[in-house]
Design a protein around this ligand. Structure first.
Ligand code: NAD
Ligand code: TYD
Length: 336
């Protein structure tokens, strides 16, 4: 199997590349990543020189480059992780979200159609379904009701993927996963941001009342689910991925502080995110029943492992948190 992975220097993409190269020795990967602020070759330390891994710095919007890679490497599958992925950034500026998430996906779809690729897997998100009240879970049949510019761009991409299947017979899957956490996550996202701040005795900025709910999944378990979809599913199917780990943000932050033996007084309630989705919860029974997938660890195990990883990899965190991140943090939180 020869796979083009896009966004493989980001958080989930790098974890996927590592998992595949470790566990599926007969697979070759071409990893196309633009190395935006979120892409980091340090996430691939020890994996860049593997003979079955070719890293290419480039843009998924460059359809000629994508076609060239498909031809040169005889690619049969594409897994599209590349995206602008942070809701808060999408509220401040939208253009890059449309460019990469919508136009970039379209460019990949055109190349996949023209080269008759065996399978196109679009890595999407549960956020395309919008927000839940206190009850219920998102199923694959839930209405698509994105609320943020980020989720609107991902929903748009999902519609293009489906349309290419319907119109051109492209063999595709779409996966919609809940919030991920684990090693190599950029500290703009809640869990690594809170771990980083707690480690440095800085305030932990909790939006609004802190009672928004997210359904957390350890990143490795997302990667095994994507692998199951890529290798076991029928084309044209959508799969929800999640681990039934609903937590309020306050619960998560409290757990992080307890684990790091830091005081709760570090919690600082700040102005809420505009349009903040209240609750996400995923029904992943289709993925579990049809593909035999299940998460390998609970949230309580995963969060301890994750905090330990950030403590053991202070250099990684320090490198990421220097430079542009300082500017971003100042802009986003100083007047909140
Ligand atoms: P990330 O921001 O950590 O990484 C994105 C990667 O894409 C980076 O390496 C970046 O350099 C690359 N990239 C951005 N624009 C590009 C372009 N135009 N061409 C090539 N590469 C480009 O994101 P992540 O958290 O790893 O998310 C990966 C995917 O999973 C995204 O599609 C996201 O929507 C989806 N997803 C994320 C979560 C989550 O909790 N993080 C949950 C569900 C789904
Ligand atoms: P985030 O990691 O940005 O993921 P998403 O918005 O895609 O779910 O945020 C997770 C939750 O944490 C969300 O409810 C917003 C909240 N949050 C904070 O309370 N403070 C923060 O500094 C951040 C980044 C997020």
């Amino acid at each position: 199997m020869k796979i083009l992975v896009t966004g493989g220097a980001g958080f989930i993409g790098a974890n996927f590349v590592r998992m595949v190269l470790d566990e599926h020795k007969d697979v070759s990967l071409v990893n196309l990543d633009k190395l935006t602020y979120a892409g980091n070759l340090e996430n691939l330390t020890g994996y860049l020189d593997r003979p079955n891994h070719t890293f290419v710095k480039g843009d998924i919007c460059d359809v000629d480059l994508v076609k060239k890679l498909l031809d040169e490497h005889s690619i049969d599958r594409i897994v599209n992780f590349a995206a602008e992925s942070h809701v808060d950034r999408s509220i401040i500026s939208h253009a890059e979200f449309v460019r990469t998430n919508v136009e970039g996906t379209l460019s990949l779809l055109q190349a996949a159609r023209d080269r008759n690729i065996e399978r196109f897997l679009q890595v999407s998100t549960d956020e395309v379904y919008g927000s839940l009240g206190p009850q219920g879970q998102f199923t694959e049949n839930s209405v698509i009701e994105p609320n943020s510019p980020y989720s609107a761009s991902k929903a748009s991409a999902d519609h293009f993927v489906r349309a290419f299947g319907h119109t051109f017979g492209l063999r595709y899957n779409i996966t919609r996963c809940s919030n991920n956490y684990g090693p190599y996550q950029f500290p703009e996202k809640m869990i690594p941001l809170m771990i980083h701040n707690a480690m440095h005795d800085k305030p932990l900025p909790v939006y609004g009342d802190g009672l928004n709910v997210r359904d957390w999944l350890y990143v490795y378990d997302h990667c095994t689910a994507i692998w199951a979809v890529l290798t076991k599913s029928r084309p044209g199917e959508v799969y929800n991925i999640g681990g039934c780990n609903e937590k309020t943000n306050l619960d998560v932050v409290s757990l992080i502080l307890d684990q790091l033996k830091k005081p709760k007084s570090l919690i600082s309630f700040v102005k809420d995110r505009p349009g903040h989705d209240r609750r996400y919860a995923i029904d992943a029974s289709k993925t579990m029943n049809q593909l035999g997938w299940k998460p390998s660890i609970t949230f309580e195990q995963g969060i301890v492992r994750t905090i330990q990883w950030y403590c053991d990899n202070r250099d990684w965190l320090a490198n990421v948190a220097s430079g542009d991140y300082k500017h971003y943090y100042e802009m986003m939180y100083s007047r909140r």
